[in-house]
Design a protein around this ligand. Sequence first.
Ligand SMILES: [Zn+2]
Length: 407
Amino acid sequence: MSITERLYYTDPYTTDFTAEVIEVTRVGDALAAILNRTYFYPTSGGQPHDTGTLNGVPVTDVIVRESDGAVLHVLGGAIEPGPVVGRVEWVRRFDHMQHHTGQHVLSGAFERLAGAETVGFHMSPDSITIDLDQPALSQATLDAVEDLANQVVTEDRPVRAWFPSDDELPALNLRKVPEVEGKFRVVAVEDFDLCACGGTHVARTGEIGLIKILRTERRGDILRVEFRCGGRALRDYRAKNALLQQLAASLTTGMTEIPAVITKLREENKALQRELRALQSFALAHEAEQLRQAGEQVGAFTLVRAAFDGREPGEVRQLVQHLVARASTIALCVTAGHKGQLIAACADDVPLDMVAVLKRGLAIWGVERGGGRPTFAQGGGTAISLEQAQAALEAAADSVRQVAGQR
Ligand SMILES: [Zn+2]
């Protein structure tokens, strides 16, 4: 038998009470008080603990001591044995009552309509979930379950919690029989659901407020269902409504038109990107032509040189490709910046080794990182000033003149 009388079992609505501190102990670095009687709910059965105060000292955690079942009120300060005034924080408690009762109703509805049994329950400030023993349920089933659960709310059915006698138990058709020794508590939603539970619940289903399923997630053989009730459901609705209004305003459309407007914007964006790529290609072809006209005749070849400051590497490569698409052309392009790059390339009919040309240029920077094939080579990757870029370009051009001039 536990040494703390748990008053919340029979009355979850009382928040202010008096009791005796019968023991002060330690939990980690904190002091913890054990009372002869308490309305504070300890973390158990998927429901988080209550918060509040004892003689004005904050209660930061409430746990059950395994050895004797005593309820430990972990404190944010010190307390003396003797009389104490307790106050349970009601907003948090009522939120837990709404959700725990809502969970019973929702689990009952899942069992009735889908034959799905609830095998897990988790409640935290951020999310409330149940786990079902079926991995997949259709949207129509989820909607029907949600409708039935909310109908039970509207019917404002009484909720009763008690410890049944041994004689009474066999007649009760429990949704879930607990694996505990000794007496256990039963919670009944009148003519709808009956299960063993030690949590705090509202007195009538109407107090649960709206029950809303938010999403489901398959986890192996289990379906996790996230839902919200009452005040949390309202806040969630409020936040989502505000978000939709904001989206509708920024898209200058109505809420229901948002998906169609987004689809249209994405299609427009794709078309614009295609158009942009075509224009870029056209501009690069034009730029390549201008560079070629200013090119230098070296033997039988046209040597084109260009230096850029911080130009996008992909764009420079495309420019080079445009240049060497023309026969007898050699292109040397350099980009200054925090990752300087030198490219040496030539048309297929030019019998020179661009890797060797590249190396001559990179030697000016003292860089060895770089290579490629005889018609296309590139290297660099370190911070290069525009002056250094020009110097490398000149060295590479000299090496071309030496080799190509003899042919
Ligand atoms: Zn419960």
